[in-house]
Ligand binder design. Structure first.
Ligand code: SF4
Length: 369
């Protein structure tokens, strides 16, 4: 049976290799040698696949203009899974990319029923404040709300002329009871991805969209549609990179709507501590067995926290992995260290958020005026 990826599902794709084969995603690893000062998420194969990243890399290496396009749906609190994308944006900004940041309030309305007023509040207090606190210079990004962008709305409508319902159903699995706003929404997403290539935004130029693999349906549709309009708009097919999803603390997909699955960027020290204490590990049932048999870091959510966020030093990470596998480290001590590192991060982040909030309000006001 063919695999279907649903960007709105709470399921986590299990077999990444199968996904590469089924959807023709290229492995990212061969790109690594040519990337200057690669991000640790690239080196650690968290970013594992791409489509046409070569043309973006070429622009990067030759000082040509290129765009990184990203979106956030303001429907809940930001967790470490969201931070994964922000870390990539910050890296791209350091590499000279033009960053377009879409606040997907139309998506929040269509898929989650969040009002535009509420979406603006969440986008400001939660997302923009966190992004600034994480080091992204939003004054150098083009930040916009979908519902306020005439260009995106008009482009979505124009591009929809060459997409039919059967295609949307095949990609997204829409059913008879799906609401029309939700069915149309992917066209808005396609317009988000392609509009930086319009002449008025300095296009056409290479564009990369860094996403979790669950977002691939939007990318496939955007690339197909770009090809259909290449004469009219001179679109270059958008590139994409794919990262593995950070597993939730209990093993399933991390989700804002299930607080027990995620460490949120605004969690209290107490809350984060108890979540990590309860997190699923790849350890043995007892410390004695762990010392004898070792643990399995590849099945361990706590190790995932180290890989994605807590331990940027590759050598230290490798040592921790070896200690786990050989029984030199037991889960209690390992979790204790993860908690210390996490609390240090959350405390610094809290201070940065306080400094960033007023600026986030200004950016939000400018984007909606
Ligand atoms: S020692 Fe650490 S990395 Fe190894 S299984 Fe236990 S918690 Fe996971």
């Amino acid at each position: 049976m063919p695999i279907r990826i649903d960007p709105w599902s709470a399921e986590m794709p299990e077999d990444y290799t199968k996904l590469l084969e089924e959807f023709g995603i290229q492995p990212f690893e061969p790109m690594l040698a040519d990337i200057p000062d690669s991000h640790h998420l690239m080196r650690r194969r968290v970013i594992f696949g791409h489509r046409d990243f070569g043309r973006v890399l070429d622009a990067m290496l030759h000082g040509k203009k290129y765009v990184v396009m990203t979106g956030l749906m303001p429907s809940g609190r930001m967790h470490l899974g969201h931070k994964l994308v922000v870390d990539q944006l910050t890296w791209y900004q350091g590499q000279g990319a033009d960053i377009f940041l879409c606040i997907a309030d139309l998506e929040a309305y269509a898929a989650r029923g969040v009002s535009f007023r509420e979406a603006k509040k969440i986008a400001t207090d939660e997302y923009l404040t966190n992004l600034l606190a994480l080091g992204l210079d939003l004054s150098k990004c083009r930040v916009y709300f979908q519902s306020r962008s005439d260009v995106v709305r008009h482009l979505a409508f124009a591009l929809a002329r060459k997409v039919n319902f059967s295609e949307m159903r095949a990609i997204y699995g829409f059913k008879g009871e799906s609401n029309i706003a939700h069915i149309f929404y992917p066209m808005v997403d396609v317009a988000d991805i392609l509009h930086p290539q319009l002449e008025e935004f300095g296009g056409p130029r290479p564009t990369v969209v860094p996403v979790g693999v669950d977002q691939d349906p939007h990318l496939r549709l955007a690339r197909d549609v770009a090809g259909r309009f290449s004469d009219e708009f001179k679109f270059i097919l958008p590139s994409s990179t794919y990262h593995r999803l950070l597993p939730g603390l209990s093993g399933e997909k991390m989700s804002s709507s299930r607080p027990e699955t995620a460490v949120f960027l605004t969690d209290s020290a107490r809350g984060a501590t108890s979540k990590i204490k309860d997190a699923l590990t790849g350890g043995q049932p007892t410390a004695r067995e762990q010392r004898k048999l070792g643990g399995d870091p590849d099945k361990c959510v706590v190790f995932g926290l180290y890989v994605y966020h807590l331990m940027p030093d590759d050598k230290k990470l490798f040592e921790l992995r070896e200690a786990c596998k050989t029984g030199g480290l037991i889960c209690g001590d390992c979790k204790k260290r993860a908690i210390e590192l996490m609390l240090g991060f959350l405390s610094d982040h809290r201070a940065e958020r306080k400094r960033a909030h007023a600026k986030a309000e200004k950016i939000s006001a400018l984007a909606t005026e």
